[in-house]
Design a protein around this ligand. Structure first.
Ligand code: SF4
Length: 233
């Protein structure tokens, strides 16, 4: 049976956050996620009935991406590492992946989601995925999700990845500090953004002072500042 990718939406915008904030990109948002974070702003991607999506064979999805003609392509979700992203690569394009950090791409996976959907893929090709810009976003305790220790260790040891954490308060920043210490993550690889979906939530200079003081990078969340909680932005 041919391998298929479930795609929720494809749109053009700027990268709002992380190490490439401001970059003009094509976003490919995959359906399905292996987590259920309390403050998730894309709950429509969680399961089969959460929102509309379409299954694409790799050739068709690659051709759609190519036709858009935008060199920077962001795979997001949902959780994009549930799918064989290495099958979508075109040498002329650059790829960025936004992952929750609970999946090791070079290991095969087979998971059953709460609605019974089976997700299965083989190991991704190491040489291909190492050329991606990986933005790993482990969820803090405020998301009520468990950290996957093996996977976080894997990402901590990969210098082709950076980390992005979303914090609501100083206790969250301390939690990031603890994770950086526990997993030996260089703070230069860590970006911290502010939680919230209103413009006001993004304008907290005292928290940015704290982030910088602790030795981390600050990540703006430009899409929230510019468009609030608007979808496809
Ligand atoms: S990992 Fe991302 S998409 Fe999945 S539930 Fe959490 S915030 Fe939502």
């Amino acid at each position: 049976m041919e391998y298929l990718f479930p795609v929720s939406e494809i749109f053009e915008s700027i990268q709002g956050e992380g190490n490439r904030a401001g970059l003009r990109c094509l976003f490919v948002r995959f359906q399905f996620c292996n987590l259920t974070c309390t403050w998730c702003d894309t709950k429509y991607t969680w399961l089969k009935e959460s929102g509309s999506f379409k299954w694409y064979p790799p050739t068709e999805l690659k051709s759609i991406i190519r036709q858009k003609g935008i060199k920077e392509v962001v795979f997001t979700g949902g959780e994009p590492t549930l799918f064989s992203l290495d099958q979508l690569v075109d040498p002329e394009f650059n790829y960025h992946v936004e992952t929750n950090g609970t999946v090791i791409p070079t290991l095969p996976i087979e998971v059953q989601l709460p609605d019974g959907t089976m997700i299965k893929r083989g190991a991704m090709n190491k040489n291909i995925i190492e050329r991606f810009n990986w933005v790993v976003s482990p969820k803090l305790s405020n998301s009520r999700q468990k950290i996957n220790v093996d996977s976080l260790k894997y990402w901590a040891g990969r210098d082709f990845s950076t980390f992005k954490f979303i914090c609501s308060n100083n206790a969250d920043i301390q939690e990031v500090q603890q994770i950086a210490d526990d997993y030996n993550i260089d703070k230069n690889r860590v970006y911290i953004g502010l939680e919230g979906i209103s413009q006001k939530s993004q304008l907290k200079p005292a928290m940015v002072d704290k982030i910088v003081e602790q030795g981390f990078n600050f990540s703006p969340r430009l899409h929230i500042l510019l468009w609030g909680a608007t979808r496809k932005k």
